[in-house]
Design a protein around this ligand. Structure first.
Ligand code: ADP
Ligand code: ZN
Length: 365
């Protein structure tokens, strides 16, 4: 006997990313207008709660819509299951149900924690993203990856959960520490190198405006980055092939981030170094030329990002690339640029296995 449970699904998880400048005072009103929930549960970190959260909460009160806000201590250390269960229990105590909506207000850590909580609370409730760091605006708010770290491995417990909407208010960047701004720029440069030579040129010519947080310039950078990442994710949400191009700089980047115990290098710094290292690997394979590498190195340097590998020992770094989540058996995969704006593929595949000996040779000087 056999009983078939038919579960073929066709669902539309499309969503809009709204990029605004100067409209953060209307944010609660905008969110309420979207009708994503009856009540709103704002998840944020201790810094953002103080700088932005309290004002947002007051806006909800003014609109006579129930909203609660709960924060966790700022920093990657909070990105764990304990934080998620504490938040979920708080939601239970406060009577939040499936008709309510979570707001992720903060950087990448908040987006991960809040998105993951939304994906498991009552088997999944709505959530909207309000990114407040450049990294979150240009990268982590798009694509629906959510998750937390375990003591054994980073980002190892998680889910795909798409937000209902993303509200990127670039004026929130005004209070962001410079270091965090620079960190986010690393992923913007990555987006340029992997798909858009014009964007690369734009960053080269507008570097000063970017570092001065000119709002029109920032809005353009956020919009273009969201388009690029959105286009890639639309075509390959589950990272079967094309989405791997977003890992440019990340195979070496993750290895050195890990060897520095996730404290010596910020993610953006590690990715910056990783992008140069992987461009050199590309050159060793006869793909990229030195002039292009120099152009990337120069731009990263002017933004304030590092390019030189830390002296953890090349062998150790290469060894570490083998524990990358994306490594299969003894093969380590790289997404490599051919030139600025174009990624390399072999038989249509964007993740290329590269021998340790090639990596060693490419990075030895
Ligand atoms: P990321 O976005 O880089 O993944 P986090 O979520 O940890 O990382 O955010 C980086 C730091 O910036 C945190 O300490 C956070 O509290 C702080 N932060 C986030 N947004 C703002 C903001 N708009 N103004 C000031 N500090 C902020
Ligand atoms: Zn990254």
């Amino acid at each position: 006997m056999k009983v078939k449970v038919e579960l073929r699904k066709k669902i539309d998880e499309s969503y809009d990313v709204i990029i605004e400048d100067g409209k953060s005072k209307m944010l609660a009103k905008e969110i309420i207008k979207g009708g994503f929930g009856r009540k709103y549960f704002i998840i944020t970190d201790s810094n953002v709660e103080r700088i932005i959260g309290k004002r947002l909460l007051a806006q909800f009160a003014k609109e006579k819509t129930i909203a609660e806000m709960v924060s966790f201590p700022a920093g990657e250390k909070s990105k764990n299951m304990q934080t998620v269960s504490r938040l979920a229990e708080k939601m239970l105590l406060l009577g939040f149900d499936r008709k309510d909506c979570i707001i992720a207000l903060g950087g990448g850590v908040t987006g991960d924690v809040a998105g993951f909580t939304a994906s498991i609370y009552m088997r999944g409730i709505n959530f909207v993203q309000v990114p407040t760091t450049l990294l979150a605006m240009v990268d982590s708010s798009i694509g629906g990856k959510t998750g937390v770290d375990s003591a054994l491995s980073k980002n190892s417990i998680g889910s795909f959960k798409q937000p209902k909407k993303v509200y990127a208010c670039v004026e929130f960047l005004q209070s962001l520490p410079k270091k965090e701004l620079i960190n986010g720029m690393s992923e913007v440069v990555k987006h340029a190198v992997i798909t858009d030579k014009g964007l690369f040129k734009f960053i080269e010519s507008n570097r000063e405006k970017i570092l001065a947080l000119d709002s029109k310039t920032m809005a353009f950078l956020v919009k273009r980055s969201c388009e690029i990442k959105g286009n890639v994710v639309e075509k390959d949400e589950r990272e079967e092939n094309l989405r791997k191009i977003l890992n440019y700089g990340h195979t070496i980047g993750h290895a050195i981030e890990n060897l520095g115990n996730y404290s010596r290098l910020a993610h953006g710094e590690a990715v910056s170094i990783g992008m140069i290292a992987e461009a050199k690997i590309s050159k060793a394979l006869g793909l990229m030329n030195e002039a292009e590498i120099e152009r990337i190195r120069k731009l990263l340097g002017k933004i304030g990002l590092p390019a030189k590998l830390p002296n953890y020992g090349l062998k150790k770094i290469i060894e570490k690339t083998h524990s990358d989540k994306k490594a299969i058996g003894s093969q380590v995969f790289y997404a490599l640029p051919e030139r600025i704006g174009k990624m390399h593929s072999v038989n249509g595949r964007f993740a290329i296995p590269v021998q340790d000996s090639t990596v060693l040779k490419a990075l030895a000087h």
